[in-house]
Ligand binder design. Structure first.
Ligand SMILES: [Zn+2]
Length: 439
């Protein structure tokens, strides 16, 4: 008797649609995806998968769609604790209040709870990798690692009262951090400066040295508001983009959050240097900072990704909502409905986002050999029925209740909308306690 040889794999997702976001932008139907040892081992027909593999775990994709996990390229996770605390004021006033609150009440413990809450919210809305710029980044990193979530973060240099550890003259924690996380799974260290208006020329020079020595991604806020342009002019005698350019901080390894106020020349310079942008429309609108020239940036070849910014200025971490807003606002302000079509916006959420944080060789698309970072969307809901165009539904019609499962590096973090690595009820209870007793 012949015994048919099949390959034993960890997980088989089978019987549904796969939106690959590979270079050919293939969308596969009645398809299956095999996951083994954290990576995508095989993608093909569901019928063929049955004869090829014996799986430890299975995910039924009937009426469901697998997409690459979304990449949130800008945020301040633990600000979940300050959601709704300071609304309806401009950036400069908002920052002044937030920094005073943060300096008075944040601790490693409260930041852990705030970050857990952020990870839960991000998984629930389809995000599996996110950048964070925040105080107590070593604690945030460990929280993310414990949850099995993928994080891009690192020291954020700034000269802000109450945060002396973040001055370049006091950088021991930063160096230890960068040494420790050189090769730790799911942790992608970067070097950050809060902004040109909170860093002196000496600090920026120091940051430039560190970025060049370590060859890491550099992240900063840039050209967010008109008030910022004035502050940077006073401090450095130039506009933010020119300041960063002067310090050699524009490159393919640079990610700039916001970029609301750019001239044609500045957009050209970002394109020329390969600098990426994290577009955060909710935060920019809510703080009345303005509307970024995304259509112009894309037309010039700038890599534009999407970020939520912190939940105290958004006020949520739902990247799908952010993408819909990005598309609608650009169509409205340009008067051109053709700009930012749904497929392009979805690529900004996935492969373009991965490129912005320097991870497009391992995440951002579903391709054999890449990490199994993926999300399953239930297309059986009323708001997604019928379906003519998957990208259209993902950007214009999806609600986050349609997000069913989330996997990072082959590990299920959310299954049937239940958190598997975090205790959601306990985290919410602790966040409520902090809000009651600390804030
Ligand atoms: Zn920000």
């Amino acid at each position: 008797m012949m015994i048919k040889e099949t390959n034993r794999i960890d997980t088989l997702l089978t019987g549904g649609t796969i939106i690959t976001m590979n270079p050919e932008r293939q969308v596969l139907h009645d398809a299956a995806l095999a996951v083994h040892e954290g990576k995508i081992l095989w993608i093909g027909d569901a019928s063929e998968a049955e004869s090829r593999f014996t799986a430890g775990g299975r995910v039924d994709l009937q009426g469901r769609v697998v997409i690459p996990g979304l990449v949130n390229t800008h945020g301040h996770w633990a600000m979940t604790l300050m959601r709704g605390l300071v609304d309806d004021c401009p950036l400069e006033q908002w920052l002044g209040t937030i920094w005073r609150v943060e300096a008075a009440v944040l601790s490693p413990e409260t930041v852990v709870t705030g970050s857990e809450l952020a990870i839960i919210e991000m998984l629930r809305s389809g995000t599996t990798c996110a950048a964070d710029m925040y105080w107590y980044y070593p604690e945030v990193t460990e929280t993310s690692r414990r949850a099995g979530f993928r994080i891009v973060t690192g020291p954020s240099f700034a000269e802000i009262e109450g945060f002396e550890d973040y001055r370049h003259t006091n950088q021991m924690i930063a160096i230890e951090y960068l040494d420790h996380y050189v090769d730790v799974p799911l942790v992608h260290p970067c070097i950050q400066a809060h902004s040109a208006y909170t860093t002196s020329p000496t600090t920026l020079e120091h940051v430039m040295g560190l970025v060049h020595d370590r060859g890491l991604l550099f992240v900063t806020h840039a050209s967010e508001s008109k008030g910022e342009l004035e502050l940077v002019q006073e401090k450095h005698g130039a506009r933010p983009i020119a300041v960063l350019d002067k310090f050699g901080l524009l490159s393919e390894r640079t990610l700039l959050a916001h970029c609301v106020h750019l001239t044609d020349e500045e957009i050209g310079r970002l394109a020329e240097t390969g600098t990426s942008v994290a577009h955060c429309p909710s935060s920019n609108l809510k703080l009345s900072s303005g509307i970024a020239r995304v259509a112009d940036m894309l037309a010039q070849g700038v890599n534009v990704s999407i970020g939520t910014d912190g939940p105290a200025s958004n006020n949520d971490l739902d990247l799908f909502h952010e993408a819909q807003l990005a598309a609608l606002v650009q169509k409205g302000v340009t008067g051109n409905p053709k700009v930012l079509p749904a497929e392009k916006v979805f690529s900004m959420l996935t492969i373009d986002g991965a490129r912005a944080v320097g991870l497009d060789d391992i995440i951002g698309s579903l391709e054999v050999g890449k990490s199994a970072d993926l999300v399953v969307i239930d297309f059986n809901s009323a708001n997604l029925t019928p379906c003519y165009d998957y990208y259209s539904h993902l950007i214009y019609a999806l609600s986050i209740g349609d997000v069913r499962d989330a996997m990072v590096a082959g590990q299920m973090l959310m299954k049937d909308r239940q958190m598997l690595t975090l205790d959601e009820a306990a985290t919410r209870a602790e966040a409520n306690r902090i809000a009651r007793e600390v804030f």
